[in-house]
Each structure stands twice: as structure tokens, then as C-alpha cells.
Design a protein around this ligand. Structure first.
Ligand SMILES: *[C@@H]1O[C@H](CO)[C@@H](O)[C@H](O)[C@H]1NC(C)=O
Ligand SMILES: *[C@@H]1O[C@H](CO)[C@@H](O)[C@H](O)[C@H]1NC(C)=O
Ligand SMILES: *[C@@H]1O[C@H](CO)[C@@H](O)[C@H](O)[C@H]1NC(C)=O
Ligand SMILES: *[C@@H]1O[C@H](CO)[C@@H](O)[C@H](O)[C@H]1NC(C)=O
Ligand SMILES: CC(=O)N[C@H]1CO[C@H](CO)[C@@H](O)[C@@H]1O
Length: 415
């Protein structure tokens, strides 16, 4: 895969993870005649087969004094292209490749050595459960394996489900090195596209020493926010990724990442090892509303199991449900339907409200409470726990234990 310009072939050893010997790959170094700055920096590497850990399609020249960052590109608006430079709603997401992303902001190469891997190139709404598991395993290999080749990982991602991937990696990364997830709200062809600035801020944050031990971070529009708490808060504006209640942990000041406090572990954060998980089970998400009947569970169980079989998934598990209304309340009709199926599948309730907790308590003793996690993150954690073979009471413990001591009423007698 060539970017453009002339082709130079060289051999470069790609340091791979622990047990696997570093494979040799053909490297195609391309020159851009139009831009002398970029010319010596853009390198494309052709995949030539063999056992490789990462399919590197882009590699910058190496500067010994700079850290090594792996950018895993997945598509989204940051890789989007519009039909005009004022088009910020009707564009096609996920068409611009990793080399073009870096070329748009070559200053990033003064911050870090960059390897680029195009994991997928699509809008994030189309990313699958298999993708989440795959990119988590890649991040773990890139950063946490013995002799791991990288100091940091940056993931470029569509914004619509960015917080799901960010949280999934946060909950499954086995070491303290930084992972930064970044996107853009305007396509690369727009006036004042935010992608290039977000990308250099993301890489800068990723290689900042004080970013170690902060878990997975989302960097957009100058803010640094923890994946466990971050949410997309505005459908259109560039100022969208925030943690309303918990706040951002830092911001980009000029060209430096500034943190308000030393690194600390979020109160409810737990990390799970999914390295041996072959696939994530299907978990369906239902939204609460006035008088919601919630009488589609059985259809969904049937439908879900069927879907898993048709997709050829190797891991068939219980279809499981999430519910979300105000503080996790469920309609009277709905709870009757829930109670008819909770012996088959664990039911976890989260909340569609952006802030606050769903605490374990008296109202729905048959239903597990999500605590601080929003519905899509609750879904991810439930998938992880099911994939690790946890039973319902173990799943309840994982979700509810941190908030147990905050319950001031008697669950048994209040119901
Ligand atoms: C690398 O590319 C090959 C060929 O396209 C593919 O089979 C393999 O799954 C890729 N590896 C990763 C880690 O994405
Ligand atoms: C779902 O199936 C259970 C039996 O497994 C049944 O008791 C319940 O009434 C069904 N719910 C609905 C809404 O049909
Ligand atoms: C769930 O797993 C725990 C720990 O392995 C075990 O003690 C418990 O009996 C299991 N519960 C059920 C209902 O299987
Ligand atoms: C909770 O209710 C049960 C059953 O009514 C009762 O036996 C128990 O003492 C109560 N516990 C507390 C802490 O009030
Ligand atoms: C709907 C469904 O697949 N239910 C299963 C959930 O898991 C338990 C325990 O493995 C099974 O007994 C159920 O049949």
C-alpha cells in the first residue's frame, strides 16, 4: 500500500512481543515531492506475511531520543472526508488512512516516533464486539507484554462509541503505560478540522511521563478525561468529551500535557484479564421510558441466541439485559417481565441520566445495579464478566460490592 511518491524498499525489524521472534517486513519509504518536510518522514510498510504481531503500514523515521508510540487507526470522523470544506454533518467517516492522518500534522513526529497500524477503517457505530476484544489484545501486546515494543498507544476512533472502546481497554489493560483514545468532530476536509490538533495532543499526552498510571485517557479539544468517567456530551460540537461530575484530570496547555493532580486510581476501577477470552457474549441494551412494557426479553433471548449461531461465534453465552431510566428505575409491568427471566440471565440496571449512581437497594432485589457506569460501559463490563465465566452472584458482587457500604436500608424488609 503506497501513500504517494516514489518507493524505496528496506528491511526493518519490528520488535514483537515476548515469545515471538522479531519478524522482518518489507518497508516502503515514500517521498512526497511536493512537501520537503513530509518527504523524509512518511514511510509505508507493506505487509509481507509471516507471523507478525502488528501490521504496521506506516513508520516514521527513528529519532533515538524520542519515545515510541503505536497509533492504531480505526476510522471515524477523524478519518472522514466531506464533499465540501463546510460540510460537517454529511461526510463519510473512515476513508482517510493512517499515513494521511499523520501527514496532516507532521509536527507529531517531533514528539514521538510513530508506527501506524490500520486496525479497521469505519465509523465507530459499526465496530463489533470482536473489534473491542481485538484492539484490547493488541494494546496489551504493544504495551504490556515482556519486551513490549511501544511506550504508548494512541487509538484514533469515531466519536459515537469512543467511550465504549476506551472503557473496554481501561478495564482490560494489564499495565500502567498510557493508552489515549482520540477522535474528531469535524471531518478532515472541513474548515478548522479538529482532528490534527486532537491527534498531536493525544500523542503528546500519551508520551508525557506523568500520564503513566492514569489508565486509558480520552484527549479531545484540549481536555484529558479518564475513560471510566468520560462521555460524549454533545452530538455536534467539538467540545463534547467530558466527565461532568468527576471533571477532566488535565488539559493541554500550549504543547504540554498539564495534570491537576498526581496519578490516582479511580475509586471503582477494576482490571480484568481477557487475554484468553475468544469472544464476547451478546448483551442487549434496552432503554426505559414511561410505562415501558419491557416484554421483548423472551423474543430477544430467542433472537440473540439465533444471531450468535448464524454469526458463527465460537462462544455462545446467555443473552443478558440492561435497563436504564432515571436512577435505574423500572416500570411495574417491566419488573414483572424482568422477574420472569432473571433466573435465566443476569439483569443489570444502569441509568440513562449522565450523572450519578445506580446503587444496589431495595426496589429491585432481583436486578443487579451498575454503580457508577453508564449503560454502554455497564454493557461492556457485563460482557467481560460473562466472558470470564462469572455466575450471577459473582457478577452482582463485581458491580455492587464497591457501593454496598453506602446502602442505609434493609434490602430484605424494604422490598
Ligand atoms: C494482519 O494482516 C493479515 C493479512 O491481512 C491478517 O490476517 C491479520 O489478522 C492481521 N493482523 C492483525 C494483528 O491485525
Ligand atoms: C418469558 O418467558 C417466561 C418463561 O421462561 C414466562 O414466564 C414469561 O411470562 C415470558 N414473558 C413474556 C413477556 O412473555
Ligand atoms: C457462583 O460462583 C461462586 C464462586 O465460584 C460459587 O461459590 C457459587 O456457588 C456460584 N453460584 C451459583 C449460583 O452457581
Ligand atoms: C433486616 O430485615 C430482616 C428481616 O425482616 C431482619 O431480620 C434484620 O434484622 C434486618 N436487619 C437490619 C440491619 O435492620
Ligand atoms: C437463555 C440461556 O441461554 N440461559 C442459560 C444461561 O446460563 C445458564 C447457566 O449456564 C443456563 O442454565 C441457561 O440455560
Amino acid at each position: 500500500m503506497l501513500f504517494r511518491g516514489s518507493l524505496v524498499v528496506a528491511l526493518v525489524a519490528l520488535a514483537a512481543s515476548s515469545a515471538v521472534a522479531a519478524p522482518l517486513l518489507n518497508v516502503a519509504a515514500t517521498a512526497d515531492a511536493a512537501d520537503a518536510t513530509v518527504r523524509n518522514l512518511i514511510v509505508e510498510r507493506d505487509y509481507t506475511g509471516g507471523e507478525v504481531q502488528f501490521n504496521i503500514t506506516y513508520q516514521s523515521n527513528r529519532a533515538a531520543h524520542l519515545p515510541k508510540t503505536l497509533i492504531m487507526a480505526t476510522g471515524g470522523t477523524i478519518a472522514g472526508s466531506g464533499s465540501s470544506n463546510t460540510d460537517s454533518t454529511g461526510y463519510t467517516a473512515g476513508v482517510v488512512g493512517i499515513a494521511a492522518l499523520v501527514q496532516a500534522v507532521p509536527e507529531v513526529l517531533a514528539v514521538s516516533n510513530i508506527d501506524g497500524m490500520q486496525v479497521i477503517n469505519t465509523g465507530s457505530e459499526s465496530l463489533s464486539d470482536a473489534f473491542a476484544l481485538h484492539i484490547s489484545k493488541l494494546a496489551n501486546k504493544a504495551l504490556c507484554a515482556r519486551d513490549a515494543p511501544y511506550d504508548a498507544v494512541v487509538i484514533t476512533h469515531g466519536t459515537d462509541t469512543l467511550e465504549e472502546t476506551a472503557y473496554f481497554i481501561d478495564a482490560t489493560l494489564q499495565c500502567d503505560k498510557p493508552v489515549v483514545v482520540v477522535g474528531a468532530m469535524r471531518p478532515s476536509t472541513a474548515v478548522s478540522a479538529d482532528g490534527p490538533n486532537n491527534l498531536i495532543q493525544a500523542v503528546t499526552t500519551a508520551v508525557t511521563p506523568s500520564s503513566v498510571g492514569r489508565g486509558t485517557l480520552v484527549v479531545m479539544n484540549d481536555r484529558i478525561v479518564e475513560a471510566i468517567y468520560v462521555e460524549k456530551t454533545h452530538a455536534n460540537s467539538v467540545d463534547t468529551f467530558k466527565a461532568d461530575e468527576q471533571g477532566s484530570v488535565g488539559m493541554l496547555l500550549s504543547d504540554k500535557a498539564f495534570y491537576y493532580h498526581a496519578a490516582a486510581k479511580p475509586t471503582f476501577k477494576k482490571v480484568y484479564d481477557v487475554s484468553k477470552v475468544a469472544a464476547l457474549p451478546r448483551v442487549d441494551l434496552f432503554m426505559g421510558y414511561q410505562g415501558a412494557d419491557l416484554d421483548l426479553f423472551n423474543a430477544s433471548i430467542a433472537k440473540g441466541s439465533k444471531g450468535i449461531v448464524i454469526a458463527g461465534e465460537s462462544f455462545v453465552a446467555n443473552v443478558t439485559f440492561l435497563l436504564c431510566t432515571g436512577s435505574g428505575s423500572i416500570s411495574d409491568i417491566g419488573i414483572a417481565n424482568v422477574n420472569a427471566i432473571v433466573d435465566k440471565v443476569p439483569v443489570v440496571r444502569s441509568t440513562k441520566i449522565n450523572n450519578g449512581f445506580v446503587v444496589p437497594g431495595a426496589y429491585y432485589p432481583t436486578v443487579i445495579s451498575s454503580g457508577v457506569l453508564n449503560p454502554v460501559k455497564t454493557r461492556r463490563l457485563l460482557q467481560i464478566l460473562l466472558a470470564l465465566g462469572k455466575n450471577s452472584s459473582e457478577i452482582r458482587t463485581e458491580f455492587e460490592e464497591p457501593l454496598k457500604s453506602y446502602i442505609n436500608f434493609n434490602v430484605t424488609s424494604a422490598y
